[in-house]
Design a protein. Structure first.
Ligand code: PBG
Length: 323
């Protein structure tokens, strides 16, 4: 008996060969960098649980966006920190709110960079929920016009993409109708279609001060146990006019990303969220893992699962290492 005819190691013998047979490529063209912006001046405020990320002023946001664009990342997604929170999340749809101001500054100062605007109320409501609350309940239908208004205000300010992340039913249709009626028929909607009620949003909620003041988000975000339901969510959002559908978080939901890609064949985004970022950073800071390698491995896995676009806090840092 000689050795088997096939030796899998032959194609692993050199980096040149490995590169030639590599099945999945992670490119900077597919990355979106999330950024936080606040009112006022001064220095950017570091976010303790997200080393390397900060709450930016408009001025430091423009600087950061320039360096994101300089390493070839095509897009940023903005999250706003309002000056005042109230029950209706009014600053979310105020044309003079922090996000419209930031959009205008970015489109003026860094014109080649795509600006995505996250559309949700939770950063703006005093109770921290993603919709309006009546009698202790997050009201779906009463929230829709506010989300639609916010999306339209962002498109008016120059946003290239709007991304509703609230998980109310029917919001994509409401946003689409409002955009179409206000001269923004060409503005794409990236819908957070399958967004799970996840423990991995912790650092984001610290950054945005958006943890719910009572209860939790399980009444509107998805149960981590469900995947068939994610396909129904995606089907509905596509019917309502979503151009790209998102799965969030990413690493714990690779199976969902794969099923969405296989079933629908549409552009799929995945959000590698704050907690996923923080875990790698924390372990690396302790010397327990090689953070650079871990980030590349995880983001490659998200691509391999079928994501076309990845939103990640590693975008700026990892882009120079990619093709
Ligand atoms: C707003 C929103 C959240 C995130 C993105 N958009 C927070 C949440 O649902 O609590 C989380 C992003 C992250 O954790 O990186 N609804």
């Amino acid at each position: 008996m000689t050795f088997p005819k096939t030796r899998m190691r032959r194609l692993r013998a050199s980096e040149a060969l490995r590169r030639m047979v590599r099945e999945t490529r992670l490119s900077r063209d597919q990355l979106v960098m999330p950024l936080f912006v606040r009112h006022g001046g001064g220095a950017p405020e570091p976010i303790a649980s997200m080393p390397g990320c900060a709450r930016h002023t408009i001025e430091s946001l423009v600087e950061e966006a320039r360096s994101v664009a300089a390493v070839g990342v095509p897009a940023v997604i903005l999250f706003g920190l309002p000056s005042r929170k109230d029950p209706q999340g009014s600053e979310a749809y105020d044309p003079e709110g922090i996000v419209p101001r930031a959009i205008r500054a970015l489109k003026r100062e860094v014109p080649g960079l795509l600006v995505w605007a996250d559309v949700c109320l939770c950063e703006y409501t005093d109770h921290g929920h993603c919709g309006v609350v009546e009698k202790g309940e997050v009201r779906n239908d009463a929230t829709l016009p506010l989300l639609a208004r916010a999306a339209t205000v962002y498109a008016d300010a120059g946003a290239d993409v709007v991304a509703p992340s609230d998980m109310m039913d029917g919001r994509v249709a409401a946003v689409r109708a409002s955009l179409d009626a206000s001269g923004h028929a060409e503005t794409p909607i990236v819908s957070y279609a399958a967004k799970y009620a996840s423990a991995f949003y912790g650092p984001f909620r610290e950054a945005a001060g958006s943890a719910p003041a009572f209860g939790d988000r399980r009444g509107y975000q998805m149960d981590p146990a469900n995947a068939d339901e994610a396909l129904r969510e995606v089907a509905l959002d596509l019917e309502e006019g979503a151009d790209v559908v998102m799965v969030k978080p990413a690493l714990a939901y690779l199976d969902v990303i794969r099923r969405v890609k296989d079933r629908f064949g549409v552009p799929v985004a995945a959000y590698h969220v704050s907690g996923e970022y923080a875990m790698i950073r924390a372990a690396a800071a302790n010397g327990w893992i090689d953070g650079d390698r871990a980030a590349l491995e995880v983001l490659t896995a998200i691509r391999r699962a079928g994501a076309d676009i990845i939103l990640t806090y590693f975008a700026k840092e990892i882009a120079p290492r990619l093709g």
